[in-house]
Design a protein around this ligand. Structure first.
Ligand code: ZN
Length: 342
């Protein structure tokens, strides 16, 4: 299993992809979104564990007026009661936070995101796809600005690269980039053929029903084809250390899987040969910044992490992050899984 690496000398840091100066304004937009959701909470519904279906859970905490539960069976963390599909559709259409990210943050960090995030993903897929399926069809669900579509097209691996994007402004961005786009939610998309690869990045944690989504992907793949996805790993270093203080725990991430629970969910949807890796590069930097800026209690970090933070050498930080990646303990995970050939 090849891991993603950041080959530049300077490690990728949080400021590269979320410039601080812009994030301050973004916080206001996010607050408005949280209020919007709070006002719709009468329409929320209770759910079982979105990963394994168990009803056996315990309450963790409330953040942004939302109840976080921990599944006692598979340790997935999830929000319940949660907004219904209809409320979510309305929410993302009206989200000020999304509009702000679209207008400022993504455009300010587009080059670095392409180079350090999407290009390595395209190469990873190239290395992990059965050559028989090259020159086939690829579908990206939630293609946003089309960074992955652009990078994968450059590699000339697929006959067709198609994007599903429900947000009208983003669909327009994709059309301008000459990417084939279906402007629709995945459930309502009209597709007359199957795909060899379906990819989605940072999508599954937002969905009302992730198991239904995986079944849809399975149904729309050719035999032997694969699904390739990324999402947060709640069992990773950054999210374990920061817990409720982690920005990963927010009002949009309804489902927070760990490496084992998501693997099982993919297998239950029919996929096989599931490979999970955690190529996240930012755990240590995020924990360090949280400690320096958010008054995180020293006891939460412990002496070992504190000594690493106080050690000014970037080399030990990088080695520690490399260890997290190699041991599958980073808080950002990547999965590839295959539909059986027969
Ligand atoms: Zn569960």
């Amino acid at each position: 299993m090849k891991k993603l690496r950041n080959n530049n000398l300077k490690p990728l840091n949080e400021n590269d992809i979320r410039p601080k100066i812009l994030m301050q304004e973004q916080k206001k937009a996010m607050k408005a979104d949280i209020e919007w959701l709070k006002n719709r909470s009468m329409d929320f519904v209770n759910v079982c564990c979105p990963s394994c279906g168990s009803k056996n859970s315990k309450p963790l905490y409330v953040k942004y007026y939302l109840n976080h539960l921990l599944c006692n069976n598979c340790l997935t963390q999830y929000i319940s009661p949660r907004p219904t599909k209809a409320v979510l559709e309305d929410f993302y259409k009206n989200s000020l936070n999304y509009a702000y990210w679209a207008k400022y943050i993504f455009s300010a960090s587009a080059d670095i995101r392409k180079e350090k995030i999407f290009k390595p993903r395209a190469f990873f897929l190239k290395e992990n796809i059965d050559s028989k399926y090259l020159n086939g069809n690829l579908l990206e669900i939630g293609a946003a600005y089309g960074y992955f579509c652009e990078e994968i097209k450059k590699l000339n691996l697929f006959k067709k690269v198609i994007a599903i994007e429900p947000t009208p402004d983003l669909a327009e961005v994709l059309r301008k980039k000459k990417i084939d786009v279906i402007e629709s939610s995945y459930e309502k998309a009209k597709i007359s053929f199957k795909f060899d690869v379906i990819v989605n990045f940072e999508v599954i944690e937002h969905l009302f029903d992730p198991r239904e989504f995986l079944k849809w992907c399975f149904k729309n793949l050719n035999r032997g084809g694969c699904i390739f996805l990324t999402c947060p790993n709640i069992g990773g270093f950054e999210t374990t250390v920061l817990g409720k203080e982690s920005d990963t725990v927010d009002h949009e991430h309804l489902n927070l899987f760990n490496t084992k629970s998501i693997k099982k969910m993919l297998e239950q949807a029919g996929f096989e040969k599931v490979i999970v890796s955690t190529p996240g590069l930012l755990d240590f930097d995020i924990v360090k910044q949280a400690y320096l800026e958010k008054n995180i209690n020293k006891n939460r970090l412990g002496p070992f992490i504190l000594s690493l933070i106080e050690d000014e050498s970037l080399d030990s930080e990088k080695k520690f992050q490399d260890y997290l990646i190699k041991s599958n303990n980073s808080s950002h995970m990547m999965l590839i899984a295959y539909k059986p050939k027969i």
